[in-house]
Ligand binder design. Structure first.
Ligand code: KIV
Length: 266
């Protein structure tokens, strides 16, 4: 049986007030590193569209893309809880399509759960998936697949009616069987209120301290992109600079014939 942290572990952590640490990562090497660092959960997010594929947003990402990266991450670690993101277009069309996509992601991606964006309109799909044995993580607030609907990456839930709608969506997801919900880009007091109201854990990104846990994209928290500096992001290192320096040193030594030396030759 898998040694991975389960949906039950995450729920228990949420109930006990033990913070859940989640990162988004996309490959075996980083999966191994974040496992060693002791993260509780890895999300193979459709943010791979920007971070790995160089797109402007997540919309072009396909289910095959996510499955490919999920398999790589699954091979790279054995203990963190593993969640695969359902990409745009793989679950919005019909409930049957949603169930088919989620089934593929579980079967071929070797993940333990799927994540989807949206609230009440997807409650039936969440219910069908959970009934079929597929754990579902919800995602509310600044849901990136709706960037065009929002007219940009704008903080959500700011007005009283938007806040009420978000709370209602969170309740719908919980009632439909979701085991956790990501809260992205919403005011901290609203996220704290949702967290207090739900019995399932919330995982925040740009949603303040009052969530049951936090998620950041690994490349962001490592500071790999010096041009990406949103307010919610804390860079825990500056790998952009360190990578440029390291590769620059390599290039210089190749050009000056200082590398390889006898020690690196057979
Ligand atoms: O795609 C992703 O990485 C995400 C997280 C940032 C929550 O959805």
């Amino acid at each position: 049986m898998s040694k991975r942290k389960s949906t039950c572990t995450l729920r228990r952590m949420g109930q006990d007030g033990e913070k859940i640490v989640m990162v988004t990562c996309y490959d075996a090497t980083f999966a191994h590193l974040v496992e060693e660092a002791g993260v509780d959960a890895i999300l193979v997010g459709d943010s791979l569209g920007m971070v790995i594929q160089g797109h402007e947003h997540t919309l072009p990402v396909t289910l095959d893309d996510v499955i490919y990266h999920c398999r790589a991450v699954a091979r790279g670690c054995s203990r963190p809880h593993l969640v695969g993101d359902l990409p745009f277009g793989s679950y919005q069309t019909t409930v049957d399509d949603a169930l088919r996509s989620a089934t593929r992601l579980m079967k071929e991606g070797a993940v333990q759960a799927v994540k989807l964006e949206g609230g009440e309109p997807f409650a039936e799909a969440v219910h069908r998936m959970t009934t079929a044995g597929i754990p579902v993580m919800g995602h509310l607030g600044l849901t990136p697949q709706s960037v065009h609907q929002f007219g940009g990456y704008k903080i959500q839930g700011r007005t009283p009616s938007a806040a009420e709608r978000l709370k209602h969506d969170a309740r719908c997801l919980q009632e439909a069987g979701a085991y956790a919900v990501v809260l992205e880009g919403i005011p901290a007091p609203l996220a704290a209120e949702v967290t207090a109201e739900l019995s399932i854990p919330t995982i925040g990104i740009g949603a303040g301290i009052g969530c049951s846990g936090q998620v950041l994209v690994l490349y962001d928290l490592l500071g790999l992109n010096d041009a990406f500096n949103p307010k919610f992001l804390k860079k825990f290192d500056n790998l952009h600079q360190r990578v440029v320096e390291a590769v620059g040193n390599y290039a210089r030594e190749v050009r000056t014939s200082d590398f390889p030396t006898a020690r690196h030759s057979h």
